[in-house]
Design a protein around this ligand. Structure first.
Ligand SMILES: [Zn+2]
Length: 121
């Protein structure tokens, strides 16, 4: 259900039209969302890595305040930037993956005959 909600959110109108299987004309079509899933995961990793870099920067800033400052700066940078960066990266990656799914990969699969096809085919 979460994926369906994301589809609605990111839909540009094109996906509101129920896809038809080009082979058997069934409307029972699954969205595979392969690239979007990987994109979200990769984006989250990249975003969190950016957060770690911010944590290092926070630790360096905290260095001025002594050992405790290093710990606090790193922890604050890691937690805040890691969460924000991870979430933003995940959203950006998922969005990118979503457009890859739609434009490049065969993103639809017919539940009746198993035929795999893309939205724009
Ligand atoms: Zn079919």
């Amino acid at each position: 259900m979460i994926e369906a909600a994301l589809d609605d959110e990111w839909s540009d109108g094109f996906m509101n039209v129920p896809p038809l299987c080009p082979q058997c004309h069934s409307t029972r079509i699954d969205t595979r969302g392969v690239a979007r899933r990987y994109g979200g995961a990769i984006g989250a990793i990249v975003g969190t890595t950016g957060g770690v870099a911010a944590a290092v920067a926070g630790a360096e800033a905290g260095f001025l305040g002594g050992p405790l400052g290093v710990l606090l700066g790193a922890a604050a940078g890691m937690v805040i930037e890691g969460i924000v960066g991870g979430a933003a990266g995940c959203a950006a990656g998922a969005r990118l993956g979503n457009s890859i799914d739609r434009n490049i990969l065969h993103n639809r699969q017919c539940r009746d005959c198993g035929h795999v096809f893309s939205d724009r085919s």
